[in-house]
Design a protein around this ligand. Structure first.
Ligand code: F6R
Length: 239
């Protein structure tokens, strides 16, 4: 793990965007693994700025998002497909974008098809991750064992509460999501995890110093051959 601490989230986001730029310069047809939530917003803003300036080009790149809420269609303003369109896809020239469907008739079939599509695209070159306050990555919640492929998962109370801010009422937060598994994340050639704010400090500590354990799913990144961790000072405060 390469851990870098920046004075603030804005600088760390710029560093993360820089890794996307470097990747696309050396491999224009890169397969990008993308995340939603508050953490990547500054990164996507930077990428859009560089795209407008003509510094970065996504026209040969393909993206696969980590997850989607079960039950929300892409038109729902709280869906991750909607978020991605708003925050990035509508503003850049990505060749192809993929977000798992939360409304497929057969979710197991959707999960298997998603993994197959990633494999057909050649595997993920750069996977961007946020970090849950409980140590989750994607929607791989603390569990007894590490997950492998894309699957439907039950969200924990902690995640439902953390994501409540995006919805009108707590009961509107979906209880299930479809998420890339830990195995899928670990297969990415490079992983870039960003965590900002005091409320991530304990999870960051467990991820970096804790035992590799499914009780803190992000701790598996200690075993990844190319994991870059970008933190602001608050998220790094317990290191
Ligand atoms: C989002 C995702 C989640 C978030 C995590 C942190 O696609 O998979 O793991 O990255 O919950 O969320 P924020 O960035 O909102 O604190």
């Amino acid at each position: 793990m390469n851990v870098h601490v920046y004075e603030n989230a804005q600088l760390a986001s710029k560093a993360a965007a820089g890794l996307f730029l470097a990747r696309l310069l050396s491999k224009p047809e890169a397969v990008l693994g993308l995340a939603t939530g508050s953490t990547p917003i500054g990164i996507y803003r930077q990428l859009i700025e560089w795209y407008r300036e003509g510094l970065i080009d996504f026209s040969n790149a393909v993206s696969f998002n980590l997850d989607e809420y079960v039950g929300l269609s892409g038109e729902h303003p709280c869906s991750y497909r909607y978020f991605m369109n708003e925050q990035l896809f509508d503003s850049v020239n990505m060749k192809e974008t993929h977000v798992p469907s939360g409304t497929a008739q057969d979710m197991e079939e959707e999960a298997a098809a998603y993994d197959a599509a990633i494999a057909r695209a050649g595997g993920i070159d750069l996977q961007l991750l946020g970090l849950g306050q409980n140590g989750h990555i994607g929607f791989n919640e603390p569990a007894e064992s590490f997950s492998y492929g894309t699957q439907v998962v039950d969200l924990t109370e902690s995640t439902i509460k953390a994501n409540r801010r995006f919805f009108d009422r707590e009961e509107d937060v979906p209880r299930r999501a479809i998420s890339l598994g830990i195995g899928g994340i670990m297969k990415a050639r490079q992983v870039v995890l960003c965590a900002f704010g005091q409320n991530k400090a304990q999870a960051v500590r467990d991820m970096v110093y804790g035992p590799v354990s499914p009780a803190c799913p992000a701790s598996i990144l200690q075993l990844h051959q190319d994991a870059v961790i970008l933190l602001d000072e608050e998220a790094a405060s317990l290191l």
